[in-house]
Ligand binder design. Structure first.
Ligand SMILES: [Zn+2]
Length: 312
């Protein structure tokens, strides 16, 4: 069975098709895998099959009222829980929603306990489920321990290990595989990224379209290696907001490490030549996570990359 626009997730699709064919659908599932491998899309496409008015043995029709409403994310029985969802509830900015609060889970529970408006299934898809606060995860656990019939919970996460074991043990796990580079490149091109740049980012991203988009948006590693002053200029050009600067430097560190690794794999540099810069980049990544100044981290990373290039 195919699941709409989901690409390159044959194994996950096979597991989910089996559930639909046998009618044995777990009350709670975890879809896990790297950022940008299609977890949320797969979750919504799965729910769509349950909502579809022309539901038979096959995929969702994609044309009925329910399918179209799910595609537009406005289906009354589908809750897509993420920073935007919580921001609306709290009347705050989405960027401020770093964690999913217990009030959000309680609101969701009330919503999920109401009868389906279409007389069928209800589904909640929780994005970035690893951002659930401990109290929120507990509240969620109570719900999935005694699930209502025809109610589906799907937690999507790129960091499954951060979810409590109690929650994990109650959920059926579905793994979303890293995407092949050609698929990532095609996704980027559809979003307007120039083909050569899309191919370069796809090669560096380890199968995560999310990372590839970040890589394509920044001009790393090139911008850090255009001369001795480049790392300082790049650091000066970082966004003022700390969380944005941090995310950009994180992407830059990733791009630099991947670039050095690829050069090693291609035989352009020996292990001895890449070892020190890679260690330095790893150290900087850890420092960034411990709140080191993004500007300083980016400057040092640029200097490390320059050293790696000079060694070759
Ligand atoms: Zn349909």
């Amino acid at each position: 069975m195919t699941f709409g626009a989901v690409r390159a997730q044959e194994r996950a699709a096979k597991v989910l098709s089996g559930m639909l064919e046998t009618g044995r659908i777990p009350a709670a599932m975890i879809f896990y895998g790297l950022e940008g491998t299609g977890k949320t899309l797969l979750a919504i496409e799965f729910a769509k099959v349950l909502f579809c008015q022309k539901r038979g043995q096959g995929p969702a029709c994609g044309r009925c009222h329910d399918c179209q409403a799910a595609d537009k994310r406005i289906h009354p029985d589908l809750a897509l829980v993420n920073a935007q969802y919580q921001a609306l509830l709290r009347e705050e900015e989405p960027a401020k929603q770093k964690t999913l609060r217990v009030d959000t889970v309680r609101h969701l529970r009330r919503d999920m306990e109401m009868h389906s408006l279409t007389g069928g299934w209800k589904a909640a898809v929780v994005e970035d489920a690893h951002t659930l606060e401990p109290e929120s995860a507990n509240a969620l656990l109570k719900i999935i321990e005694e699930p209502n019939p025809q109610t589906l919970w799907i937690l999507a996460t790129s960091q499954r290990e951060r979810l409590p074991r109690t929650v994990l043990s109650r959920c059926f796990s579905v793994s979303c595989a890293p995407l092949p580079a050609v698929v990532v490149a095609a996704i980027l091109e559809e979003r307007g990224v120039e083909p050569r740049r899309a191919a370069a980012a796809a090669e560096l991203c380890e199968g995560s379209a999310g990372r590839a988009l970040e890589l394509a948006a920044g001009d790393y590693p090139e911008s850090l290696m255009e001369g001795p002053l480049a790392p300082f200029e790049a650091a000066d050009g970082l966004p003022r907001e700390a969380y944005l600067a941090r995310a950009e430097v994180e992407a830059a560190l990733f791009a630099l490490s991947q670039d050095i690794r690829l050069n090693h794999l291609r035989g352009a540099r020996t292990f001895a030549q890449v070892e020190r810069p890679l260690r330095e980049l790893l150290r900087l990544r850890q420092a960034l996570r411990c709140n080191a100044d993004p500007k300083v981290v980016l400057t040092l990373a640029g200097l490390a990359a320059e050293q790696a290039a000079a060694n070759s």
